[in-house]
Design a protein around this ligand. Structure first.
Ligand code: C2E
Ligand code: CA
Ligand code: CA
Ligand code: CA
Length: 276
């Protein structure tokens, strides 16, 4: 029916209502999920490109929702950030990942993603110290991954917290490098231990466009030239791996080597001696 502007507007209302209803449900479910043990960490190895040697694993959150099944981080992390639930959830991640890493050979690192809200909580440093002490994992085995978005929120406070953590011996990685607006100035302002090149560039290493390939290689070369550990994210093909090997000392992470997997599969992989 043609009922003009009001009618057209009303047409969208039920959808918006449904969306907000779904959001509220998700938020309520998420509160119960931490206590209910519905969250799980998967682990994805990062390996030396030239040798395949495993250097460590990145922990990635998974939510086993009783009705919706497996829910991926892109579906709940943004809401967890908005509602502040990422603070208790992030604390659970830190404690769980460190406890798991304590079972691995002591030369393997554990990488953990941090959200801006975790820095705003002011308790981050204490929470990290608690997770290390509780698990017995040495600080240098812990790598905290932050994106530019994390730093941009309140850069002075974030830099201060990261500085304190680095003094403890914890490593700090700049995640999704190349996707932000001010990557270069961030590199100057904070002594990151590792740079993780975003998979959008890694993808272009095998692009049909020569120009895209050149840019992607330049990004890799630039990161390597800074003398920090460089990890190429999202390596999916042998071709991409071969190109990275030419760039020398880089780590790779991606489906080509392994998908993220449950802790039990990591234990099996390590027992099989897939380390060298
Ligand atoms: P991220 O930190 O950039 O993590 C890498 C993402 O790429 C992961 O997605 C991983 O499964 C995926 N990936 C790895 N290798 C490949 C590949 O070869 N090809 C493709 N296409 N993808 C690959 P995932 O697990 O869905 O996580 C998405 C994002 O959610 C993460 O991006 C991170 O920003 C966030 N996240 C995950 N776990 C946590 C957490 O514990 N805390 C916080 N704050 N954020 C988390
Ligand atoms: Ca990450
Ligand atoms: Ca990343
Ligand atoms: Ca990302």
């Amino acid at each position: 029916a043609k009922s003009g502007g009001r009618g057209a507007f009303r047409f969208f209302e039920p959808e918006l209502d449904e969306l907000m209803h779904a959001r509220r449900n998700l938020e309520r479910d998420m509160r119960d999920a931490i206590a209910g043990g519905e969250f799980e960490l998967h682990y994805q190895p990062f390996v030396v490109a030239t040798t395949g040697e495993i250097r460590g694993f990145e922990s990635l959150l998974r939510w086993h929702h009783p009705k919706r099944g497996l829910v991926m981080p892109s579906e709940f992390i943004p809401l967890a950030e908005e509602t502040g639930l990422i603070v208790p959830l992030g604390e659970w991640v830190l404690r769980t990942a460190c406890a798991e890493a304590a079972k691995w050979p002591a030369d393997l690192r554990i990488a953990i993603n941090l959200s801006p809200a975790q820095f705003r909580s002011k308790e981050l440093v204490a929470v990290v110290i608690g997770a290390l002490a509780g698990s017995g994992v040495a600080p240098h085995r812990l790598e905290l991954e932050v994106t530019e978005t994390v730093i941009m929120h309140d850069s002075e406070a974030v830099f201060a917290a990261l500085g304190q953590l680095r003094e403890l011996g914890v490593r700090v990685a700049l995640d999704d490098f190349g996707t932000g607006y001010s990557s270069l100035s961030f590199l100057q302002r904070f002594p990151f231990d590792k740079i993780k090149i975003d998979r959008s560039f890694v993808n272009e290493l095998s692009s049909a466009s020569e120009e895209a390939q050149h840019l992607a290689r330049a990004v890799v070369r630039f990161a390597v030239s800074l003398g920090k550990t460089t990890t190429a994210e999202g390596v999916e093909t042998k071709e991409q791996l071969d190109i990275l090997r030419e760039e020398g000392s880089v780590e790779t992470q991606g489906y080509y080597f392994s998908r993220p997997m449950p802790a039990s599969s990591v234990a099996k992989m390590l027992r099989r001696g897939a380390r060298a």
